[in-house]
Design a protein around this ligand. Sequence first.
Ligand code: FES
Length: 80
Amino acid sequence: MIVPVKVCAGTSCHLLGNQEIIDVLENMPAQYQNCIMVGFTSCFGACEQGPCVLVSDKLIYQATPEKVIQAIKEELRSKK
Ligand code: FES
């Protein structure tokens, strides 16, 4: 199964550090790279709580690489 991961590419989320999350996602181990599909999206309308990342249908506010990876792991576990 593939978990869609959409990083908000809006200006606020960019200024709040979405690049760190993108870097981590792009350098995930192969076992995860094969299970996720990373993309970008425009503003979620929650700019003050950015950076925002949508993992499957779960929107993560004030996202950090750790929070995003945890959400991906949970999603993969729930779909097994
Ligand atoms: S810029 Fe990311 S939620 Fe608005």
